[in-house]
Structures are given as C-alpha cells and as structure tokens.
Design a protein around this ligand. Sequence first.
Ligand SMILES: Cc1cc2nc3c(=O)[nH]c(=O)nc-3n(C[C@H](O)[C@H](O)[C@H](O)COP(=O)(O)OP(=O)(O)OC[C@H]3O[C@@H](n4cnc5c(N)ncnc54)[C@H](O)[C@@H]3O)c2cc1C
Length: 387
Amino acid sequence: MSITIIGAGIAGLATAISLAKHGVSVQIFERSAALTHIGAGIVLWPNAIWVLKKFGLLEKVIARSAALQNMRRFNSENQSLGCLSIERINQHSGFTSRSILRADLLEILLAEALSLGVDIFYRHPVERIELCAEQFKVHFKHRKSICSDAIIGADGRMNSVVRKYLLPENNPVYQGFVNVIGTAKFASDSDSPLDVLDYWGTGERFGIVPVGANSAYWAAGWSSEKHIQDRNINPEQLLEQLQQRFANWPQPVQLLLENANLSSIKKLYIHDHHPSDTWSKGKILMLGDAAHAALPTSGQGACQALEDAWWLAHCVGLQGLTSESFRQFTQFRKEKTDNIIYSGRQIAKSIFNPDSEACKLRDRQSQQTDFSLSAKAMADFWMSGLS
Ligand SMILES: Cc1cc2nc3c(=O)[nH]c(=O)nc-3n(C[C@H](O)[C@H](O)[C@H](O)COP(=O)(O)OP(=O)(O)OC[C@H]3O[C@@H](n4cnc5c(N)ncnc54)[C@H](O)[C@@H]3O)c2cc1C
C-alpha cells in the first residue's frame, strides 16, 4: 500500500508516522524548503499525549517540554478572574498535559517519520489535483507532476489544495481578530510553578505559556473588523505596537515583551472553517486544519491533528487503504472536531468582545465559575473516543 501526503506540518508528519507503522509506504510533498510552522508553541493536552504515547514518542516529548500546573486568568488590571487546575484535568484523564515549542514537536515528528522510511520532498508546492482514470495526478507549481492511488491533504487552513478539490466553494472564514505570537527567554526563579497566565481586557487578550523555567511562548490578540494587508510590517515595528497597546498591562506581559525573540514574532489574521460533511471523495481525503481548522481559542488544533493521525491508521488497519476507510474516518472524527470549531468560536466571541459592559459581566461570571467542574468537563470532552 502506498500513499501521498501533501503538507509536512503536524498533521502530515503524524499521519505519515501512524500509517508507516501500519506498513503503508508514504511520501510527503511540502511546499517549503524546510519545516515551517504557524504558532510559536502548543499545549499538548491529555488527548495529544495519549496519541504520542501510542506512537512511542512520549519520552522524546517529555525531554523537550514542560508539565503545566494551572491556568490563571486575570483582567488587564491584574485582578484574578479564577484559576483552572491543569493538574486536575490531568488527574481526570490519566495523562499529563505538556507545553512545547512547535519547532521542537515538529523536529521530533520529522525524525520519527524519517526513521520509518517516509520520503519527504521539500520545495514541492502542489498547485492542483485532478482525477486521471483510477489515479490522482498531482501537479506542482514547477510543472512536474506525479500520479498516486491515494492522497491525503494535510495542507493547512488557508490555501489547502485538497480542500479546494473537495469543496471548491468553501473558503476559510475570518473571525474578526488578530493574533501576534512569539517566544521569549528570561531570567526567573526556577522554583516558581509553571502556570499559564491569561490576561483579558476589553476586546484584547495576552496569553503566556511557559515551556520551561525561563522560556515561554505568548500570544497577544485583539478584535479587528478588517483583515488588513500589512504584510510589510517588520518584527521591530510589531513589537513597538504591542508595547504601546499593552503598556499598562501587568508586569509579566511587560517582561515577555522586553524579552521577546524578535525573529519569532508573527502577526496573523485568524480564520477558521465552517464545519463540512465532505472530507473525502474516493481515495482522496483531507485532515488536520485542511479539514477542520478551529480557532486558536479552542486550544485543540494541533491536538486534533494528532488524533486524526491515530484514527486514520486505525481505519486503514480495519479496512485497508480504501475509500470506505476514508469515509469511516470522517464519521469517527466529525462530531468532535465540529464541537471544537464551535467552542473555539464561542470563546473567541467572549474574549474579543469590544463592549466594555459585556466584558465586565464576562469577568464577573469567570470569577464565579467552579473551575473544578470545568476541568472535569474538559478532560471528558478531550478524551472522548480515546480508550
Ligand atoms: C496563532 C495560532 C496559535 C495556535 N495555538 C495552538 C495551540 O496552542 N494548541 C493547539 O493545539 N493548536 C494551536 N493552533 C492550531 C494549530 O496550529 C493547527 O491546528 C495545526 O498546526 C494544524 O496542523 P496541520 O498540519 O493541519 O496544518 P499546518 O501546521 O498549517 O501545516 C500545513 C503544511 O502544509 C504545507 N502546505 C500548504 N499548502 C501546500 C501545498 N500547496 N503544497 C505543499 N505543501 C503545502 C505547509 O507549508 C505546512 O507545512 C494555533 C493556530 C494559530 C493560528
């Protein structure tokens, strides 16, 4: 059995690993010259850890990641809005959530894929796909083409060629907010707990996720009605804008901005997808962000890409590399990923609400929340289907 995957992000590499472990011969075509990534870091929640353990990669991930204790929420004046115990989520699910830099996770996945004999071809941007008799013809921008019996589109949220093939009219949906993301290194007291710090303002947010005692990744966000074409803005200018916008925010925000790694700073206008029923046609399938991009506020995009990889190999193990296994995969995955898209939207609507009265009410509700119930509900939802 052999298959072609388009895209060497988290979904593409993890799917390659999972299928290669089931005896499938895999080749990946990636448009970039080397591994690239959107987002500075990710939290691997218990469901992602479950998958990484199945792949035999947990030790390697533990060596390059950090266990988190709490997620502490504040308003922009540093008043507490509550605390979610991540340790409680871990206890309910039986797996320890960990934060990791995206580049480190990709490196671990890449090394594993290569060791399993997966072929990766960089600088191969796919332009379009067409059905030719029983096979798919994959056309690259530099005019070469190849034929393949089966295709997996793991080519991301914004311009997926496979999504275009399956759903020509379906475009990513701008959700009205901007994220500026980056990493930082700083001096710190190594005994302090590794807590996620989440600051909420009026239509603005600043989140900090430690990945070790003296390093973190961060995301600043604010509501913005329009998707402005400001690609030429450089990291120094972006940092200056952030320092102005968040000038009066609490000290950890200032510390992060003072120590931001300039080359890591990126600005993104955040899009997701409306859920769709069609993820495959015959032996072409999309997964990861190409199939079900959720907003970063869901906290689950990469975790779901890892789940996809495990589920696809499970279906292929049961039914072979057939159109039926692709249909079955969609059935297994759709409800959970739809719910994650909806929850990402609901959270974003509340966090990036520009109305100050609505934000005061939201903050009071947060202070009254029983976070131990939230921890249980999150663990139950994220672990659903995995046993
Ligand atoms: C700001 C931000 C923060 C986030 N934070 C988190 C988080 O904390 N936790 C979490 O779980 N998720 C997070 N996410 C979501 C997460 O980034 C995605 O869900 C995850 O990266 C999806 O992986 P993927 O492999 O499907 O897509 P991608 O990571 O986008 O990978 C797609 C790959 O396909 C390649 N490609 C694209 N088009 C072509 C083509 N035509 N030909 C060849 N190759 C192609 C790309 O170069 C890329 O390598 C965040 C997202 C954003 C935007």
